[in-house]
Design a protein around this ligand. Structure first.
Ligand code: SME
Length: 151
């Protein structure tokens, strides 16, 4: 997986000060979704800590109905509370899971921290079973750290 090449492109997309943060995040989602074959849907959810809900800020892939997710609900909502990476090799094995598409077989959600606060997360859905490796996790932690710099 050419994560090193992608990292350079992510940095370039995030360093476009004339564009809004949402536009830059959407471009990052499109890059990852187009270039990594098993990333079928890529999105950033951001947390509202007052209402304890996650809100979809940017994405690439099929539109989803789940633009707002309460903390605790689904894989995303659990990560809002646990502050921990959540790799799901088989979504059917999860009880607390929100299905976005019948084609999704696996999911990875990585929390995004700024100054130690869980600001939200990057969420990837895959139509491939068990596709995510520790390299994906490491890459997505890196992506979130880069995004945190522009928040
Ligand atoms: N599957 C997620 C919901 C978000 S969609 O994948 C876009 C979950 O269980 O939280």
């Amino acid at each position: 997986m050419p994560f090193d090449i992608l990292k350079k492109e992510v940095v370039t997309l995030l360093q476009q000060p004339k564009k809004s943060v949402d536009d830059r995040l959407t471009e990052v989602c499109v890059l990852l979704q187009e270039r990594i074959g098993y990333y079928d849907w890529v999105g950033f959810y951001f947390a509202n800590h007052d209402t304890k809900t996650l809100h979809l800020e940017a994405f690439a892939g099929e539109p989803t109905d789940h633009t707002e997710i309460p903390f605790g609900k689904g894989i995303c909502g659990q990560v809002a509370e646990s502050n921990a990476n959540f790799v799901v090799p088989d979504v059917k094995a999860q009880n607390n899971y929100i299905a976005c598409s019948i084609y999704v077989k696996a999911e990875i959600v990585i929390p995004l921290f700024k100054d130690g606060i869980n600001m939200g997360q990057i969420d990837i859905d895959s139509h491939t079973a068990d596709p995510f490796s520790p390299e994906d996790e490491e890459f997505l932690v890196w992506v979130n750290a880069e995004v945190a710099k522009i928040l």
